[in-house]
Design a protein around this ligand. Structure first.
Ligand SMILES: Nc1ncnc2c1ncn2[C@@H]1O[C@H](COP(=O)(O)OP(=O)(O)OP(=O)(O)O)[C@@H](O)[C@H]1O
Length: 318
């Protein structure tokens, strides 16, 4: 079966700015795939190339085997896009906007109406079907943009920051809807700044920085590369502890602060039982144990060195 997305040496320059600098990426059909990267990494440019809003300057991009330029229509019809910015016809009732969109993609009117009702129900704003877009609340607008992406029953759903600025409740509802679509076979390509969202939802993530893919892996694999802190509280202050770093090469450092022992190690969860056993054998009594796991966010920051060299925002004077 064709991959949902296949990018080979994809390039885009805007004058001197190399927004995409040779991106190679395969998104398997049916996967829940995250595209992570700091501001300006090239995520939006990549998405715009897929939907024909920006022309690539080099390389290849295929959607379910269809070239996004030479087979534009076939590629575009497989994609549903919920963009970051709202670009919706403000003045029509939202149900009509959906019907127009379906019609544009060749869905007959009767079917289009049923589809519109169906997707409005799915995202939970069916009771607003006769309301204009600009009269919806911010959260309802987000839901609507998702409904619009779903109207053509896409095989690849692209979500560019779908939960930006929405409250926790709505975020969870949107996740549920999206996870459900994925379970039914829709491939999801998600860009998000909420890294914990990617950690929770995605099978695989690609880390994009300065127009290049730094890595592609599952969130678990990426997190395994970071270090965890195994924090042990002892009954009595130790004079000496076993040399954990010499005993296990996953251990990177050991710190003793009074009765508190902090062992920094890769795969802390796997190292911890051994630490406990050795402390016990050496006669130390353990009163508390905590494993502070590395987060995907920390690994991401490390990889992209986001924030490095950025000026601290000035506080405006009153
Ligand atoms: N139309 C344009 N003209 C010139 N430069 C552009 C244009 N669009 C994007 N760029 C530049 O291309 C680079 C990648 O931008 P892009 O919007 O794709 O990044 P992004 O990863 O989506 O960022 P963000 O997370 O901030 O949305 C940036 O340096 C940006 O300034």
């Amino acid at each position: 079966m064709d991959a949902a997305l296949e990018l080979r040496d994809l390039r885009k320059s805007y004058g001197d700015v190399q927004a995409l600098d040779g991106v190679d990426l395969t998104v398997p059909s049916g996967s829940f795939f995250g595209l992570l990267g700091p501001n300006g990494a090239g995520k939006t440019t990549l998405i715009k190339i897929l939907v024909g809003l920006v022309r690539k300057t080099g390389g290849e991009a295929r959607v379910f085997g269809h070239d996004v330029e030479t087979e534009y229509r076939a590629a575009r019809d497989r994609i549903g896009l919920a963009p970051q910015e709202f670009n919706v016809d403000q003045f029509f009732p939202i149900r009509e906007v959906l019907e127009h969109k379906a019609g544009y993609h060749g869905v007959p009117l009767e079917r289009a109406r049923d589809r519109a009702d169906e997707v409005l129900k799915r995202v939970g704003i069916y009771d607003k079907r006769d309301t204009r877009f600009d009269w919806l609340s911010g959260g309802m607008k987000r839901r609507f943009v998702l409904a619009r992406a779903l109207i053509t029953e896409p095989d690849l759903l692209i979500l560019d920051e779908p939960t930006a600025g929405v409250d926790v409740q709505l975020r969870h509802e949107l996740w549920e809807t999206i996870v459900d679509l994925n379970r039914r076979g829709t491939t999801i390509l998600l860009t998000t700044h909420y890294i914990e969202e990617a950690e929770r939802l995605c099978d695989e993530v690609a880390i994009l920085d300065s127009g290049r893919v730094l890595d592609v892996a599952s969130p678990e694999e990426l997190m395994r590369r970071g270090t965890d802190d195994v924090v042990v509280k002892l009954r009595d202050e130790p004079t000496a502890v076993p040399d954990f770093a010499a005993l296990d090469d996953r251990v990177e450092s050991v710190e003793i602060d009074g009765v508190r022992l902090v062992v920094t190690a890769r795969q802390g969860g796997l190292v911890a039982p051994d630490i406990v056993r050795r402390l016990d054998e050496a006669g130390h009594e353990i009163v508390d144990l905590e494993i502070q796991r590395t987060s995907l966010e920390e690994v991401f920051m490390e990889m992209t060195r986001a924030g490095e060299g950025r000026a601290t925002p000035e506080v405006a004077s009153q």
